[in-house]
Design a binder for this molecule. Structure first.
Ligand SMILES: Nc1ncnc2c1ncn2[C@@H]1O[C@H](COP(=O)(O)OP(=O)(O)OP(=O)(O)O)[C@@H](O)[C@H]1O
Length: 447
């Protein structure tokens, strides 16, 4: 009896110890206990799971079988042993799963006739079969797929990364892989940020204002919500337009600025402003647009000319701005093709895509349409309880679920006030005398 008591006490103490370990240091618990158990069960259950998810193929195999013969007159059953061709279900070859920060990753060899989309279609089924939060599929080279499983949603809580000090680079959140979510305007110059109300669009704009405020960058706001979003940040903004009429004026300024910088680059023999000597490079301009649809909506025909002008100017800035240091970040609740061809053309120029939770499938299709269809499904499945979660088309050509860090309006406003002295005046930017620079410019830099 006392032995049983000792065993029970040891078992109870081990269970409590494991529970405490898991609770207080999950990463080490996962590596030492959780992952090996998980790896064994994944390998052991792979045949059944692959069969259930329709990832197996029928193949003919030689099989050693026993075939009962006829009952002879003696009444004895003769059993004949022989090799037979039989059809068996073959599973894709699976390497050993490797642990990751939020789960595990495993490489599979696809069977003949299979493509990565077959595995992407089965991803939800696989996640349910293994009891994990999600399974993502990628294919690094022909014939192989990598399944990345996350055991819990890594985006339910995101901790901040240190602020990036690189020019035009802002770390705004975390990707589902655990890597930082970086918006780098020099790599991807124009962005479209879509999402329903309360989905986290403004939070992302706040993160950008906070991240760009200390940098030698001019910020320009187009706030079609009557200025309620960006006016608090005006100390750090070089220009702010709050009505469509003002937007037209500001866009004309941007077009002129582009033309001046074009002349500067052409004369200096440079392809873009970054090839100019460092001390001659004009200040980059980041244009933040809130409520993009308002630029395209027409109450009556009298507004037609204004809308056409705005649409053309914005498109020109998107088409040519990159080389001349002008970058766009356009936010909107609804970005549908019904707003006119201008929006569709603008979309084509915005290679950076961010789709928060959306109400209408068309906005998701418009924002992410030319990506993998699984990205669209993922965008539609973003729950309202997790504002800031979005599908992001990344620099590497892949798409990811990501979540922005929470940046309150007060935090962004405080950054705007702290770095107000770094806001170049709009008059200085637009009135810069480039002809003066031209005479002194040496050979253009490479890169
Ligand atoms: N990453 C995040 N983490 C935590 N909370 C967030 C995050 N992003 C947004 N929120 C919260 O969600 C709410 C809505 O966010 P936000 O104002 O950015 O949405 P929105 O899409 O701009 O809405 P609207 O179009 O109505 O202005 C806010 O209360 C904000 O605090």
């Amino acid at each position: 009896m006392s032995d049983l008591l000792i065993v029970l006490t040891v078992l109870a103490a081990s269970a409590v110890g494991l529970w405490a370990w898991r609770r207080w240091h999950y990463p080490s618990f996962w590596l030492v206990i959780g992952y090996p158990l998980m790896a064994i069960s994944i390998r052991a259950s792979w045949r059944k799971v692959a069969l259930g998810c329709n990832l197996t193929k029928k193949r003919q195999r030689w099989w050693f079988t026993t075939v009962p013969g006829l009952i002879e007159s003696t009444g004895v059953v003769r059993v004949r042993r022989r090799f037979q061709r039989v059809s068996v279900d073959t599973k894709p070859f699976m390497w050993l799963p490797k642990p990751t920060r939020y789960g595990w990753r495993v490489t599979l060899h696809m069977l003949e006739g299979q493509i990565p989309a077959d595995y992407a279609d089965a991803a939800e089924r696989l996640a349910h079969s293994w009891g994990v939060h999600a399974v993502r599929v990628s294919s690094p080279r022909p014939g192989r797929v990598i399944l990345t499983a996350t055991t819990r949603d890594p985006l339910s809580r995101v901790e901040r990364f240190p602020i990036s000090s690189e020019l035009l680079k802002v770390t705004v959140g975390r990707l589902e892989t655990g890597a930082p979510w970086v918006i780098d305007f020099r790599t991807v110059p124009h962005w479209m940020n879509a999402g329903a109300t309360q989905s986290g669009k403004s939070n992302l704009a706040n993160a950008l204002v906070q991240g760009l405020a200390p940098q030698p960058v001019a910020l320009v706001g187009f706030d079609l919500k009557g200025g309620v979003e960006f006016t608090p940040y005006s100390p750090r903004l070089s220009a702010l337009a709050t009505t469509r009429r003002e937007c037209v004026g500001l866009l004309e300024d941007l077009e002129e600025l582009m033309a001046d910088r074009m002349t500067l680059c052409r004369t200096a023999g440079a392809r873009n402003i970054w090839q100019l000597p460092e001390d001659r490079q004009p200040v980059p301009v980041v244009v933040l647009v809130d409520e993009l649809a308002e630029l395209y909506l027409m109450a009556d025909k009298s507004e037609k000319d204004e809308v056409a002008k705005t649409s053309t100017a914005l498109l020109r800035v998107a088409q040519l701005g990159r080389a001349f240091g002008i970058y766009l970040f356009c936010c909107g609740q609804r970005i549908g093709s019904d707003l006119g061809p201008g929006v569709t053309a603008l979309r084509a120029q915005c290679s950076g895509r961010i789709c928060h939770r959306v109400n209408d499938p068309e906005t998701a299709t418009m924002t992410l349409g030319d990506l993998d269809p699984a990205a669209l499904d993922s965008a539609r499945a973003i729950p309202a309880e997790t504002p800031g979660v979005a599908i992001v088309a990344s620099q590497d050509g892949q798409w990811y679920r990501a979540r922005s860090f929470y940046v309150s309006e007060q935090a962004a406003e405080s950054a705007a006030h702290t770095y107000a002295d770094r806001a170049p005046s709009w008059a200085d930017i637009t009135g810069a005398d480039y002809s003066e620079l031209l005479g002194t410019i040496p050979e253009p830099r490479k890169g």
